[in-house]
Design a binder for this molecule. Structure first.
Ligand code: ZN
Length: 129
């Protein structure tokens, strides 16, 4: 696909990002591994050098998983008062599983939103009044 064949309307960033697709064409894959990005889109050639999600996806995954697991642990503790080892057996695998499930879509979402909003590093305009 060349630039002339791009869709007339850019793809929606949320479903495109969650699916791990290119934010410009919505067709090419974003990832070259679990979390590593491809250097460019194999379909439209968009250079993914602009993409820098930093620790945003990890922060949102950690926050969501933390509230979910902590709430579930409190509910289970109050309802059944299980031994401590059972908490570890229950919640540690759940934390790992949810982190593995959430990190990739959240990284794709962060990059798609970064592209859609043309987000970049802040600059100081010294000529501004
Ligand atoms: Zn593309």
């Amino acid at each position: 696909m060349s630039l002339e064949n791009l869709p007339p309307v850019p793809p929606e960033p949320v479903p495109t990002g969650l699916a791990g697709r290119c934010p410009r064409c919505g067709k090419g894959g974003l990832f070259d591994g679990f979390l590593k990005l491809k250097p460019a889109c194999p379909v439209c050639g968009l250079d993914f050098g602009f993409a820098d999600s930093a620790d945003g996806p990890a922060f949102f995954a950690m926050t969501f998983i933390g509230f979910l697991v902590a709430g579930a642990a409190v509910i289970v503790e109050l309802a059944y008062t299980p031994p401590f080892w059972l908490h570890i057996v229950l919640w540690l695998p759940l934390i790992l599983l949810l982190a593995l499930i959430l990190l990739r879509p959240l990284k794709g979402l962060a990059i798609a939103l970064q592209y859609a909003h043309r987000a970049k590093e802040g600059e100081i305009d010294r000529d501004a009044p």
